[in-house]
Write a protein that binds this ligand. Structure first.
Ligand SMILES: CC(C)(COP(=O)(O)OP(=O)(O)OC[C@H]1O[C@@H](n2cnc3c(N)ncnc32)[C@H](O)[C@@H]1OP(=O)(O)O)[C@@H](O)C(=O)NCCC(=O)NCCS
Length: 177
């Protein structure tokens, strides 16, 4: 198994095609390689390969800012996590590599998930801020839209910032900038 981290500019056309297919995001399916590289120029891609075949992948998004009580927080966002071949341990293996990588590089990172994946993250010893994902909100098309993810995942975050996220509630939301 080979774990690697690549910037979008270093991905091959074939890899980009596979990533887009695995994400299943309709609006993005038609992105060509050069548009993909520009769109995700502030992301890195964490890949797990077997025999040069990607079996699990995730994106770390550096274009991510939260405003909480007028303060700006520059977390990286763990997103786009998917195993091409599921239930073979690849997702867990990759997740552990990612946590170690970001911790070593001191990159504060959070992610989001729906309730049904709690068991997966608990098994992998990821700290979950239960029910805090819904307090992330975004102003889009002239209205406030709350996130539909239930939980916040602590991938690598200082105790101080965990406390700030833990204190989110209906009256104290985090605004996605
Ligand atoms: C989440 C995901 C990446 C996990 O990858 P994976 O390679 O299948 O996971 P693993 O094989 O390492 O699973 C390890 C354990 O987690 C559990 N698990 C895996 N996927 C699960 C799921 N969707 N729901 C609940 N438990 C799950 C497994 O039962 C397994 O437990 P076991 O070791 O006791 O059998 C994969 O299910 C996936 O691609 N899902 C679709 C996209 C998605 O939801 N991404 C996450 C967004 S936050």
């Amino acid at each position: 198994m080979r774990y690697s981290v690549k910037r979008s500019k270093d991905l091959s056309d074939k890899e980009i095609e596979l990533i887009l297919k695995s994400w299943e995001i309709e609006n993005w399916l038609d992105l060509d390689a050069s548009s993909f590289k520009i769109k995700f120029q502030n992301s890195e891609f964490h890949l797990l390969e077997i025999d040069s075949k990607i079996v699990s992948l995730a994106r770390i998004n550096f274009d991510f800012k939260l405003e909480i009580q007028k303060n700006l927080y520059n977390f990286a966002e763990f997103v786009g996590f998917v195993s091409i071949e599921k239930m073979k341990g690849y997702g867990s293996f990759l997740l552990n590599k990612i946590v170690a990588n970001l911790t070593e590089r001191k990159i504060e990172t959070i992610g989001f998930c729906k309730m049904d994946l709690r068991q997966f993250y608990e098994k992998n010893n990821i700290k979950i801020l239960y029910g805090k994902g819904i307090f992330i909100t975004e102003f889009e098309n002239n209205e406030w839209i709350d996130s539909d993810d239930d939980d916040i995942l602590i991938i690598n975050t200082s105790e101080e910032n965990i406390n700030i996220l833990q204190n989110l509630n209906e009256q104290n939301k985090a605004i996605l900038i």
